[in-house]
Design a protein around this ligand. Structure first.
Ligand code: NAD
Length: 360
């Protein structure tokens, strides 16, 4: 019998090839006049082009966004906002830049317009994250949802395969945890399963044919739906593990998700057989965890913690940090079980059903 709560988020979305050209007019409609464009140092040039497109609606460019939103970067950006008297931010880039826009919205109610150029999906969630003293603090607040999100698949054509693959699987993770949740929300599952299908189909094409705009468009749409399912759904063990690695060991975000996802799915499979079966179907496979592992291989992403330079001697500390607070997860979590999971992820041993190694 159906029994669920659904909390919608205030999404305002423009999606389509060349949607970027509508930005100036959209700013006018929102009554915003002095935009601070945010980018990483790598995308400063693209940010400059956005500022030119905005003309006198642009207050300036802050191109110091970095991974995991350090509190010091937020403070620097806020100083620039104050100096330039900006009345909104336009974050062009991946989750790192979107995250900076969200942090400014959280701390100072600065409206944010997101223009995503990876598949991180952060723009569709109300989740913010700020890193201080080697710990990433996260929370949910609807005020960080961008006032407008503008998706233009053309902006993703330059996303190199080595970034696009893990970024897409990072998106997939947001959908996967909601299909395999303890009590999946049917409305969230609908978006999540479509996200899995879209990303599973398009990511290999994006990597093999980088200029295929149709594949880029499907991947971006899949990422949008995945972000939407995380935004209105739940997180569980998988996100706890990834935040532990990112916040305490500074591992690269999307790669960490890509490496850990098959193991998180295998770990929970016994507790959520129905969701795991639905996930496998969406992946056109008999075995959901193995399919995710193979997809990562196919898109050329790393499939072990050792491949990203994680040190084996830090596995104990990672397991301890990941389990220091209680966690609502389908399969009960203990430090020993997580240590065991991480050992497999460290070595990159392909998980295969019935996943007996994770079901003690
Ligand atoms: P990223 O934003 O760090 O981008 C990776 C690199 O790719 C950067 O150098 C960026 O400038 C570059 N890049 C981005 N788009 C490009 C393009 N089209 N062409 C060329 N280069 C491009 O990485 P990410 O994986 O998108 O985001 C990771 C961050 O997002 C993490 O901090 C993570 O915690 C956060 N995140 C948050 C949420 C949320 O809901 N709050 C969800 C997902 C991710």
């Amino acid at each position: 019998m159906l029994n669920f709560d659904y909390h919608a988020l205030p999404w305002n979305i423009l999606f389509g090839v060349d949607a970027l050209q509508r930005l100036p007019q959209q700013l006018d409609q929102l009554g915003l006049r002095r935009a601070l464009v945010l980018t990483t140092p790598q995308q400063a040039q693209q940010g400059q082009a956005i500022a030119e497109l905005l003309g006198n609606r642009a207050a300036g460019l802050f191109s110091e966004a970095v991974m995991h939103v350090p509190a010091t970067t937020v403070a620097q950006a806020q100083q620039v906002v104050d100096e330039l008297q900006a009345d909104c931010s336009v974050s062009l880039g991946g989750g790192s830049t979107t995250g900076l826009g969200k942090a400014l919205a959280l701390k100072n109610q600065l409206p944010n317009i997101a223009i995503p150029t990876t598949y991180a999906g952060s723009e569709m969630t109300n989740i913010w994250g700020i890193t201080e003293n080697e710990r990433k603090v996260t929370g949910r607040d609807d005020n960080v949802v961008p006032s407008l999100t503008l998706y233009d698949p053309r902006l993703t054509l330059g996303l190199p395969a080595r970034v696009a693959g893990p970024s897409g699987i990072n998106a997939m993770a947001q959908a996967v945890v909601n299909v395999t949740a303890t009590n999946p929300n049917p409305m969230v599952s609908m978006m999540a399963l479509e996200a899995v299908r879209m990303l599973n189909r398009s990511l290999p094409l994006v990597v093999e044919q980088p200029q295929n705009l149709e594949a880029r468009s499907e991947a971006l749409y899949g990422a949008m739906l995945a972000g939407a399912s995380l935004g209105t759904g739940v997180t569980s063990l998988h996100h706890r593990l990834c935040h532990t690695f990112g916040g305490s060991f500074n591992t690269p975000h999307a790669e960490t998700h890509t490496i850990l996802l098959p193991y998180s799915v295998a770990f929970n499979a016994r507790a959520v057989p129905g969701g795991t079966r639905q996930l496998a179907q969406a992946l056109e496979s008999e075995d959901a965890a193995a399919a995710l592992f193979q997809l990562a291989r196919r898109v050329g992403a790393p499939t072990s913690l050792k491949a990203i330079g994680f040190r084996q001697q830090d596995l104990d500390r990672a397991a301890a940090i990941a389990t220091e607070k209680p966690l609502d997860n389908a399969e009960p979590v203990t430090r020993d079980k997580i240590r065991h999971l991480l050992e497999h992820a460290y070595e990159g041993i392909e998980p295969r059903a019935p996943y007996a190694q994770f079901n003690h």
